[in-house]
Design a protein around this ligand. Structure first.
Ligand code: G1P
Length: 288
């Protein structure tokens, strides 16, 4: 089985749920505590040993590259002012991973964004991390999927249990059980009505794919809005090759909406020694 050395981070959407802030700032650059959301995805991949990452961007997303590039002038300034922790933090960004950028010329959906990374990934298995899902866990979420991939082979998708009415916000898997927390995927449906959902397991934005996903995505016909859904490509792939669903161990934050971003910011700040005491006190004072 080929090792998974590459990852793809789709970051080319319009961020419509966050307008107006996302008119000029990419959604992936919105801060969760003091890091942009995309940095969580890059760090998670790096922790799991995935060093080569392709970020799929749109034309207006230069700030993403600027965030991870060296910044000699800023570094000199911080050095001169003896801002050592800040300097370390800034320098570290350029060492996290080997990053490449590809431009999605038209916003034609998540499946199309993944397909845009095809040449950059090549004929290899690879990981996909959606930056608007942040997972706090002992083993990095994508590392959990890699363990399944190494044991069982085939593609792997992360899932979590969702209440029935939430199905409209998720890809939902049709599955049969394999082991504790592990299922074989028979099919997937994107954002079904609760009565049409094939299970209570919703897809979280972490995936390991065999290169077969590219052929499948190339065959998917665009939906009503002209978008190529990743879920449709996965459905096709699951008919051709083994695919597994792994129930993530850890806490998942959906930072893809303003409310989700606020909740994640508060909860993740409460886990930080430097912020938690003052934040906790302030929250108590709100006495809602
Ligand atoms: C995307 C996928 C969906 C998945 C979700 C996880 O939807 O299309 O299948 O469940 O990410 O966050 P989005 O949240 O981009 O609408």
């Amino acid at each position: 089985m080929k090792p998974v050395r590459r990852g793809v981070i789709p970051a080319a959407g319009w961020g419509t749920r966050f307008l107006p802030v996302t008119k000029a700032i990419p959604k992936e650059m919105l801060p969760v505590v003091d890091r942009p959301m995309v940095q969580y995805a890059v760090e998670e991949a790096a922790q799991a040993g995935i060093q080569h990452l392709t970020i799929v961007t749109s034309r207006v997303k230069e700030s993403l590259a600027a965030h991870f590039d060296r910044a000699p002038e800023l570094e000199r300034f911080l050095e001169a002012h003896r801002e050592t922790p800040a300097l370390k933090g800034v320098r570290r960004l350029a060492t996290l991973a080997d990053l490449a950028y590809v431009t999605q010329q038209e916003q034609l959906g998540l499946g199309h964004a993944v397909l845009t990374a095809r040449n950059s990934v090549g004929n290899e298995p690879f990981a996909v991390l959606l930056p608007d899902d942040i997972v706090a866990s002992d083993t990095p979420a994508i590392g959990q999927l890699l363990q399944v991939y190494h044991q069982y082979g085939g593609s792997v998708v992360a899932v979590e249990e969702i209440p029935p009415e939430a199905s409209r916000s998720y890809g939902v898997v049709d599955v049969e059980p394999v082991a504790e927390g592990l299922y074989r995927v028979k099919g997937l449906v994107e954002k079904p009505k609760p009565e049409e959902a094939p299970s209570r397991l919703g897809v979280v934005g972490r995936y390991v794919f065999t290169p077969g996903i590219f052929e499948a995505l190339a065959e998917v016909r665009p939906g009503a809005l002209g978008e190529i859904q990743l879920t449709d490509g996965m459905h096709l792939l699951a008919q051709r090759e083994p695919m597994y669903a792994w129930v993530l161990q850890g806490k998942r934050y959906d930072v893809g909406t303003p409310l989700g971003l606020l909740k994640a910011s508060v909860e993740l700040a409460l886990q930080r020694e430097d912020l938690a005491p003052a934040l906790r006190q302030w929250l108590k004072g709100l006495a809602l």
